[in-house]
Ligand binder design. Structure first.
Ligand code: GLN
Length: 481
């Protein structure tokens, strides 16, 4: 049962082939057996899952495609009464008093919560190694990382430990782990899905999106979570279409752009070849293919990291040892409480963000660093707008390389940041990007294809992804666990 896609499981539930409780139990049993190999969950919500599944069965209609479907949420998404830790010691025992709006929307659709997934601490990282609960392992090779920061969601979906998951993507945190683990992941346009109740990393970049086994599943989840929210003023009133209506098997009339800077020397040859082969598949499906150039891509990493670390340093200020979570035990004076709590509670990558961001925002440096990066960001936005006048979607690798070994990049923050070269631009310019399975390298590790689109053009990239997926078999391969 745990192999089924959302669409297949929905049919099974509707035709009463099995109940929502059967489905939840199938996943819970598998989590019990397999997850110790992967560490994709930080909290398994057995009782909540069975209760919610019972409710779906009691209702019995299964009208909504997500009704009775088991999911996980990245552990930065607030769940009332269920601890939400950001995988940081500073929030290790934090139990939110309310739900994130995205969770309320999923519950309204009838989805069932299996548990909370591992992530890099406060979503800062590219490997899930900064989690205070330990690394999530890659289901294809457990000596390697699952990617990050949403390593838990990606590994749980790829290993059939959840039917779908919800993660966040600031500069790649959905796309890169989905690519490393071989599942589908969607970063939406900034503002497409409400962020209320999701622990912030960089507020002008953060976006929430689904992980699924297929493009269709991702479209089904997006239907449930997209749209204006009275709880998040950054969600504009842009109509939410039925995203499954855009899924067509041919690409006639579509123009695909190849951004040449995304294929340069830094990209492993096997990855590059797999994506170029994928573009040939799209050509056969009727797409017109053009080359485009985005010269500012070379500034993407410094631009992104200067801005997000600045925003992060501000967002992290609220963890003061008083309002939420950890309070250092033996501190007496106010300042001592701040210093001790934050020193004990935050991990190294979060401290690095606070130090970089405080520096780049300080008088005397703000013009040289933060404001300069903000200007490049504006120019990058213009560059992408121009590119999308020439094509409907950009197709490129998701990551320059496949999953790396656990520990390989942890000692060198710059090497870790470089892992995001191809995913940070969409974060910086606020545009949507889909990743889906596009092959395996000679080590047997998954390769992901990234499809980027213009603002609120999720339909187009889902269409391109679906057509490619239906013409290939990569998404049917499963890791042996
Ligand atoms: N690795 C990137 C960072 O640490 C991206 C993380 C994310 O998208 N949340 O900023």
């Amino acid at each position: 049962m745990f192999h089924l896609t959302i669409a297949e499981a929905h049919r099974g539930l509707k035709e009463k082939k099995f109940s929502a409780v059967d489905l939840a139990n199938a996943y819970l049993n598998r989590i019990g057996k397999i997850d110790e190999k992967l560490n994709s969950y930080v909290t398994v919500t057995n009782e909540v899952a069975l209760q919610q599944a019972k409710e779906a069965d009691a209702k019995g209609t299964f009208d909504n495609p997500l009704s009775g479907i088991p999911m996980t949420l990245k552990d930065i998404i607030c769940t009332a009464g269920i601890r939400t830790t950001a995988c940081s010691k500073i929030l290790e025992n934090f139990v939110p008093p309310y739900n994130a709006h995205v969770y309320d929307r999923l519950r309204a659709a009838g989805a069932v919560l299996l548990g909370k997934s591992n992530t890099d601490q406060f979503a800062m990282g590219s490997s899930t190694e900064t989690s205070c609960f330990g690394v999530t392992k890659n289901p294809w090779d457990t000596s390697r990382v699952a990617g990050g920061s949403s390593g838990g969601p990606a590994a749980s979906v790829a290993a059939d430990l959840a039917a779908f998951s919800i993660g966040t993507d600031t500069g790649g945190s959905i796309r890169q782990p989905a690519s490393f683990c071989s599942c589908v992941g969607l970063k939406v346009t900034y503002g497409r899905v409400p962020r209320q109740g999701v622990i912030a990393y960089a507020s002008s970049h953060d976006s929430i999106g689904p992980f699924g086994k297929t493009v269709e599943d991702v479209a089904l989840v997006l239907n449930a979570i997209a749209g204006k929210s009275e709880r998040d003023s950054t969600t504009p009133d842009v109509a939410v279409p039925d995203y499954t209506q855009s899924l067509k098997k041919d690409l006639k009339g579509m123009t695909i752009g190849i951004p040449k800077e995304y294929f340069d020397e830094g990209v492993e040859k096997e990855t590059r070849d797999a994506i170029l082969k994928g573009i040939e598949v799209m050509r056969k499906l009727g797409a017109n293919v053009v080359e485009v150039s985005l010269p500012l891509t070379k500034y993407a990493i410094p631009t992104y990291y200067l801005i997000v670390k600045s925003e992060a340093s501000t967002n992290m200020a609220r963890y003061d040892g008083i309002k939420y979570g950890l309070t250092a035990k033996d501190a007496k004076e106010l300042e001592e409480i701040y210093v001790k709590t934050r020193s004990e509670g935050f991990g190294d990558e979060v401290k690095r963000a606070i130090m970089i961001g405080t520096y780049t925002l300080s008088a005397g440096y703000i013009d040289a660093f933060y404001l300069k990066a903000a200007k490049i960001r504006a120019l990058m936005k213009r560059e992408y707008e121009e590119a999308f006048q020439k094509c409907d979607a950009l197709v490129a690798p998701t990551s320059p390389f496949t999953a790396f070994k656990i520990g390989e990049r942890m000692e060198d923050p710059l090497a870790m940041y470089a892992a995001d070269t191809l995913t940070v631009p969409a974060g910086t310019v606020g545009l949507p990007g889909l990743t889906l399975p596009a092959g395996f390298d000679s080590k047997g590790l998954p390769i992901g294809m990234q499809i980027m689109g213009g603002q609120f053009q999720e339909e187009k990239i889902l269409h391109v992804g679906y057509a490619y997926e239906q013409a290939t078999e990569w998404h049917k391969q499963k890791p042996k666990l």
